[in-house]
Design a protein around this ligand. Structure first.
Ligand SMILES: CC(C)C(=O)/C=C/C(C(=O)O)=C(/O)C(=O)O
Ligand SMILES: [Fe+2]
Length: 306
């Protein structure tokens, strides 16, 4: 069974790299790493060389999601298992690994055609990470809307060994949301899926240090006319305080703080949670209809180029 270290990085597509780079640096408060070009920009929210890549595209949304595995041995085992099970993992070539500052990596597609990357280690930055004025501590989680919920859940839970922390259900009992942790990483969810009409990036979340960061961020965002589309509030599932806002393309970002942590052995059973507003937000605040609306997912079905 695959063992993970963490959600490593997310590559997103943006329509204007320079505009978005300024936003992710000055409003989200991530560290810019290297030069911003017309096509690409790298950002870090830790000692890792990067945790977010911006790519130029005419359709804003998700390009790929990368997880760091526990060890090089674990990466080799995962590659063999996915090959054996017919998921066609493909090694990332040397040139791209050099660009990404990653040692060894491979990519494959989930049942929706979304590109996932698994890698063993990334270059660590020499400069200390000192986020300011909003203290972003890490890339926290990503949530996708998927049209084939049960097949996707089976893939992540049974094949990739993600553990289910909690699920949400409609009044007739049908499951429509699953929060998953990348075992044995303790955090309630690094990845979530929601039933949707189409495949879409719902949101990307960054963890902040404390409640002051939520307050400081809210004031900075609203002063700059950045839409804050939900929160501050508190999610019942993970117990976290949240605030969602939109990037320049309308992609949904979340600041989160205070998520439940699970032990590796004898974790609690996943709970069945309902679909009420109170479960989504214990403070029962209003949300803006623009939340989660933009988020095209790049799906590449060709064999070679993942
Ligand atoms: C169905 C929703 C939006 C929900 O309950 C979200 C909960 C959490 C959480 O418990 O932390 C999220 O972070 C989230 O997926 O946004
Ligand atoms: Fe979230």
């Amino acid at each position: 069974m695959i063992r993970y270290k963490k959600l490593g990085y997310i590559a997103i597509n943006v329509t204007d790299v320079k505009r978005s780079a300024i936003f992710y640096r000055d409003m989200v408060c991530l560290d810019q790493v290297g030069e911003i070009t017309e096509d690409m920009a790298f950002f870090s929210s830790s000692s890792d060389y990067h945790n977010l890549i911006l790519n130029k595209s005419h359709e804003p949304g998700l390009k790929r999601i990368a997880f760091e595995l526990e060890s090089t041995k674990e990466l080799e085992r995962a590659f063999e298992m996915l090959e054996r099970e017919g998921y066609n993992p493909i090694e990332v070539d040397k040139e791209e690994r050099a660009l990404l500052k990653i040692d060894k990596a491979f990519r494959f597609r989930d049942p929706n055609g979304v590109t996932f990357e698994f890698y063993n280690k990334m270059m660590q930055r020499a400069e200390p990470y000192e986020p300011s004025p909003v203290k972003v501590l890490k890339l926290d989680h990503v949530v996708l809307r998927v049209p084939n919920f049960q097949e996707t859940l089976h893939f992540f839970n049974e094949v990739l060994n993600f553990k289910i922390s909690d699920t949400r259900h409609k009044p007739d009992g049908e499951m429509y949301f699953a929060f998953m942790r990348c075992f044995p990483n303790p955090y309630h969810h690094s990845f979530g899926i929601s039933q949707g009409d189409d495949l879409r990036l719902f949101h990307i979340a960054f963890k902040v240090k404390d409640i002051d960061d939520i307050g400081i961020a809210r004031n900075r965002l609203t002063k700059s006319d950045v839409p804050v589309v939900f929160g501050p509030g508190r999610h019942m599932a993970s117990g976290s305080i949240f605030m969602y806002y939109l990037d320049p393309d309308g992609l949904t970002l979340e600041y989160t703080l205070g998520m439940e942590e699970f032990p590796e052995e004898n974790p609690r059973e996943p709970r069945m949670l309902d679909n009420t507003l109170r479960t989504t937000d214990l403070w029962e605040g209003p949300s803006d209809p623009r939340i989660g609306k933009v988020g095209h997912v790049e799906v590449n079905r060709s064999e070679a180029n993942v």
